[in-house]
Design a protein around this ligand. Sequence first.
Ligand code: ZN
Length: 444
Amino acid sequence: MLSRLLKFLDASPVNFFAVKNIIAELEAAGYRRFDVQKPLGSVATGDKLYATKNDSSVFAFHIGMQPLAQGGFHLLCAHADSPTFRIKPNAEITCEGRIAKLNTEVYGGPIMSTWFDRPLTIAGRVILRGADAFTPETVLIHVGRPLLQISNLAIHFNRQVNDGVKLSKQKDMLPILGLITDELERGNMLLNIILEEVNRQRKATADDILDFDLYLADAQPACTFGAHDEFISSGRLDDLSMCYAGLEAMLATSNMKCPPATTNVLAIFDNEETGSQTKQGAASPFLASLLQRIAIAQSGGGKGESGSGMEAFYQAVERAFMVSADNAHAWHPNYSDKYDPTNHPMLGGGPVIKFNAAQKYASDASSAAVFAEICRQADVPCQRFVNHSDVAGGSTLGNILASSLPLRGVDMGNPILAMHSCRETGAVADHEYAVRAFTEFYAH
Ligand code: ZN
């Protein structure tokens, strides 16, 4: 189980790859693509469907024995994006001494210092000229070798470096790409690399490349560490570890002989790290519209707003339960003072239910009780997190989703250290716990 997670983390350097890899596993398990440009048609018990938006979010549905109106649905959501650096347009800068570096901008909230002095690579999507202007082609690329590094300033030029350094996103964080050896390379080094990667998949010239969404990624693979190999060191545990635990649970329940009583939904959103306000993010009405289309199809046709389909959808929302799965903060042995005095989620201690009096998290006593009971039935320990009252804390998917789908549910996640570091720390045991708890949730 763990080796599958590590393989997924390595094969998913950015959101587009995470979604592509999840789709590949869904298709292998018999899920068929719901082409949202066409009518859904009929939906039967046991059907397995998925839809995508922008190649960076994916929504899978396993239709249960009860229609949505009677059974509601069990929704597990997580996000496929992680903090990183986006390569800007016209990114290449040729410096003194033929050094080429790249202009980047920050995506989300990375701990920037953790990106220094480690081999990095690039990954993302390249957009190529298509049959007409509105339908360009997309090719995903992931350079498989160390390609760049953001190098620190030597301590001899900054003796205060260990006292904390203010970093400029524009000055300090630009990676070095290479040394120009040939004048033809000047200004074309990045383009040549992109072209080489695209040409591994299809024939293209520089003229075919219209644009790209490319990001930096750690070039070193995920690994375990610790005296008993009990920890995981990897980039993007937040939130790919929850995406994958959700997928494992969805696949486990889709392989059972009979379909589940309730329809199961796995929603992997994009852009959580920048506030979710995109067509593929949790604030989008896209998921609600997919559920409406399923409810309408189950009610025997498109009756529109006042028809039985929409009524079935409204009833389904009232009966549904959501698990918003996004990693939580594990207790850090070096920084006890930053944590709530009485709630210390531990690495390896199981899934963490998150509470916030200001309602940044969806959990309340009633919904938390449901999830804790599911954990108990799965023989999985469960922990609780609240912020130290003087620390602002973060937010996540659950309460943002509530604006389009007013669902009862919990915010939870596996505990990790160093959230938003280039490499975060998780626990091996927690992955298995999450898969067991989510499988129990979907099997209900
Ligand atoms: Zn997250």
